[in-house]
Design a protein around this ligand. Structure first.
Ligand code: NDP
Length: 446
């Protein structure tokens, strides 16, 4: 490791020992940025990187609620308001039992750079709770969401902080959260994104992250005169991002052969598309069932407690969670001929896995660039809410495609090496940093 990065990380780790996911996210960015900052000393003198790594505000709160048996349950709620240099705080809420401060800080840190890359005026944030919506009734989810918002509402607002969904927070949860915010404030505003279409949501928001990550893959492939047509794709996850990535990949002529949930993955050589994908969407979004049921229905292989990266593919798309591709799995992918990895999830590859992809010289699109289409479309939802004027599906999709192309171009601008190799990690980190850093310089020591 570069000794300057090591020194920087020693301070970060000493301040918050035990926050390993946060350290990992900061280290990846520091490796790109420290050499860049050395060449641009104005950023060093103003300690921009040190300031970006410190959240502007961290809110932690109690979320008590009554379950269906009338028993009191107590969860913990969080909101990390990371950086507001270029716009109001913006980032999703995650409801999952693994949620803790380290995970939300890493997500808020990543979000700050991602939001800058979208070209839209949005600062970075993330929040959530260790609440697990799985296995809960709609009534319990509603009660939890109402209690969560009863504290969160005082910290957010359409010009202050605009949360959205993430793992475990979909249309149902956003609806309950929005209803409670409106009741407490007596205001109908665009305080959350990912809303239902009937009450201020944007067309294409559910599709945006998966479609956007596919558009980004398409741009990367084009740099090598390749297309999605005829490529086999291994996807992990079967939630919001995974479902719409599968839909767009099939539309572009690729074949999705795996999808997963936290219990295992299915391998379907026929391709998860058309009627099969519709079955999967219904299974996950309506029945709230397990992916194994897909394997049972179509008579395909199911791998319990395993991840899909052992299956040979041209393109890998991790769409589930952080650190779901380790160094060994990355080596297996490369050995099996994978030419492109595009991350729908946030930080799904460990630092070692990233190194494997970069050393192999394959196309590697890190999450903060590849999955930025979701938050970008949230930004478009905010614009429509402010104008009180909805755009058509085509209008939003055209803007999404344009934004993904611009993000790709930014990555090329800052990440292209003298030998022509595009290091998308450097490109995304430096490209995201410059705008925030210049805004912070202009705004003084705040
Ligand atoms: P969902 O809750 O809709 O789906 C998550 C999927 O990942 C499910 O299939 C889930 O399986 C699986 N999963 C979750 N945690 C784990 C785990 N620890 N191990 C294995 N599988 C797991 O979430 P999203 O699709 O919205 O989010 C997926 C990823 O994309 C996350 O990293 C998120 O941060 C990122 N992302 C999402 C955006 C969005 O717009 N939604 C925007 C940008 C990034 P199970 O059902 O069994 O839990």
């Amino acid at each position: 490791m570069d000794p300057r990065v090591k020194q920087f990380m020693t301070v970060i780790k000493a301040k918050d020992p035990g926050e390993s996911e946060f350290h990992q996210a900061v280290q990846e960015v520091a490796e790109s940025l420290i050499p860049f900052i050395e060449e641009n000393p104005k950023y060093r003198h103003a300690k921009i990187l040190e300031r970006i790594a410190e959240p502007e505000r961290v809110i932690i709160f109690r979320v008590p609620w009554l379950d269906d048996k009338n028993e009191i349950q107590i969860n913990r709620g969080f909101r990390i308001e990371m950086n507001s240099a270029i716009g109001p705080y913006k980032g999703g809420l995650r409801f999952h039992p693994t949620v803790n401060l380290a995970i939300l800080k890493f997500l808020a840190f990543e979000q700050t750079f991602k939001n800058s890359l979208t070209t839209l005026p949005m600062g970075g944030a993330k929040g959530g709770s260790d609440f697990d919506p799985k296995g809960k009734s709609d009534n319990e989810v509603m009660k939890f969401c109402q209690s969560f918002m009863t504290e969160l509402f005082r910290h957010i607002g359409p010009d202050t902080d605009i949360p959205a969904g993430d793992i475990g927070v979909g249309g149902r949860e956003i609806g309950f959260l929005f209803g409670q915010y409106k009741r407490l404030r007596n205001e109908f505003t665009g305080v959350l994104t990912g809303k239902g279409i009937e009450y201020g949501g944007s067309l294409m928001r559910p599709e945006a992250t998966g479609y956007g990550a596919t558009y980004f893959a398409q741009e990367m492939l084009a740099t090598r005169k390749e297309t999605m047509k005829g490529k086999t794709v291994c996807i992990s996850g079967s939630g919001n991002v995974a479902q719409y990535a599968a839909e767009k990949i099939s539309e572009l002529g690729g074949k999705v052969i795996t999808m997963s949930d936290s219990n295992g993955f299915v391998y379907d050589p026929h391709g998860i598309n058309g009627e099969r994908l519709e079955y999967l969407k219904n299974l996950k979004n309506v029945q709230r069932g397990r992916i194994k049921e897909y394997a049972d229905k179509y008579g395909v292989e199911y791998f319990e407690d395993q991840r899909p990266w052992i299956i040979k593919c041209d393109i890998a798309m991790p769409n589930a969670t952080q650190n779901e591709i380790n160094g060994d799995e990355a080596r297996t992918l490369v050995r099996n001929g994978c030419i492109c990895v595009t991350e729908g999830a946030n930080m799904p590859s460990t630092l070692e896995a990233v190194e494997v992809f970069l050393n192999a010289g394959i196309l590697y699109g890190p999450g903060k660039a590849a999955n930025a289409g979701g938050v970008a479309t949230s930004g478009l939802e905010m614009s429509q809410n402010s104008m009180r004027l909805p755009w058509t599906r085509k209008e939003v999709d055209d803007r999404l495609l344009l934004i993904m192309k611009e993000i790709h171009a930014t990555c090329v601008k800052y990440g292209k090496k003298p030998d022509g190799f595009i290091n998308y990690v450097d490109g995304a980190n430096i490209g995201g940093f410059v705008k925030i850093a210049n805004a912070m310089l202009a705004q003084g020591i705040v």
